[in-house]
Design a protein around this ligand. Structure first.
Ligand code: MLT
Length: 323
């Protein structure tokens, strides 16, 4: 009798697990954005969520869980139930820089299942309208002549916008006053309103505002100009050679999410990245979508590890600290 009961329970469990695999997703999925709404990560997440919803047959909703340069939101994903219904988007600074700056209660390399690498963009060094500099060299000279006076908005200590600023200080010998926000979205609002002087911001966030004439862009943190903003010189051309920062975004699920579930999520990501409208919207935001072989979970895992190996010693040496 006892044996029979065990066999029945085992059978039911097997059935439930198959049904779970077949049924996923049976309800809406939450995509955690670890920065404020309206910023670059949020913008990319919403484009992806909309297209992924079509493939998955369930709504993918974006939830902005903000704070401490993305560590609050990424931590939420690390601790979420590994069932595919809570996934996260992150990038170079959340998944590479933060572990070198913060004491984290999660491990970026071990506590997540990679789902896909979606796109990379450089930053644009941008200033408010009316700021007394007409180009990058004049900006650098002004910062040097006015130590600790020029305000630079960041998405938190260790965020890409902050790391680029520290890098800029090291290259130009100036000293900025960093103003942390819950994301580059609110920092951009303050830049447009003239409340802060400048920002090192992802192209996705700056391009629309530069095009609208609400801020000015002085340089691209890359070796080549951006097709979406061809008039803006590279840092090499503008006078801060080598100040390269490339921010790649990826999506992850909590560690232990079943393979059949992650496979469905990855399929939705890869389909989104082949969609002509998604590609067009990404291109207009200065995003470089990797080749299909580089979009896969395996490619994201390899890229993530290589970036950690490259940047951890550099970030630690730069002495970026939570103040
Ligand atoms: C954001 O969405 O606010 C950004 O990803 C912040 C950053 O550039 O680090």
């Amino acid at each position: 009798m006892y044996r029979l009961l065990i066999a029945v329970v085992a059978g039911l469990l097997a059935l439930a697990s198959t049904a779970h695999g077949q049924a996923f997703p049976s309800k809406q999925i939450t995509l955690v954005v670890p920065f404020a709404a309206g910023g670059p990560t949020d913008t990319l997440a919403r484009i992806m969520a909309e297209r992924m919803s079509r493939t998955l047959g369930q709504t993918v909703i974006v939830d902005n869980t903000t704070g401490a340069a993305g560590t609050v939101g990424v931590g939420r994903v690390a601790r979420a139930a590994p069932d595919g219904y809570t996934i996260g988007i992150g990038h170079w600074s959340t998944h590479v820089v933060n572990p070198a700056v913060y004491q984290l209660n999660y491990d970026v390399l071990k506590d997540f299942e990679p789902l896909g690498l979606i796109a990379t963009n450089p930053q644009i060094v941008a200033v408010r309208n009316g700021f007394p500099a007409a180009n990058l060299q004049e900006l650098a000279a002004y910062v040097k002549a006015n130590p600790d006076k020029v305000t630079a908005g960041t998405a938190g200590v260790g965020a890409a916008s902050h790391v680029a600023g520290v890098y800029f200080e090291q290259k130009t010998g100036g000293k900025l006053r960093f103003i942390p926000y819950r994301g580059a979205g609110p920092a951009m609002q303050d830049l447009m309103a003239g409340q802060i002087d400048m920002i090192f911001d992802q192209a996705a966030n700056s391009i629309p505002q530069i095009k609208a004439g609400k801020i000015r862009g002085f340089a691209i943190t890359a070796k080549t100009r951006l097709a979406a903003m061809p008039d803006i010189p590279t840092v090499d051309e503008a006078g801060a050679p080598g100040l390269y920062i490339a921010i790649w975004h990826g999506l992850w699920a909590p560690k232990g999410t079943p393979k059949d579930v992650t496979a469905k999520l990855t399929t939705a990501i890869l389909e989104a990245l082949t969609d002509a409208q998604v590609r067009e919207r990404f291109a207009a935001l200065g995003q470089d979508i990797p080749a299909p072989a580089q979009q896969t979970p395996e490619a994201l895992a390899a890229h993530h590890k290589a970036e950690a190996d490259l940047w951890w010693p550099l970030i630690k040496a730069a002495g970026i600290k939570i103040e």
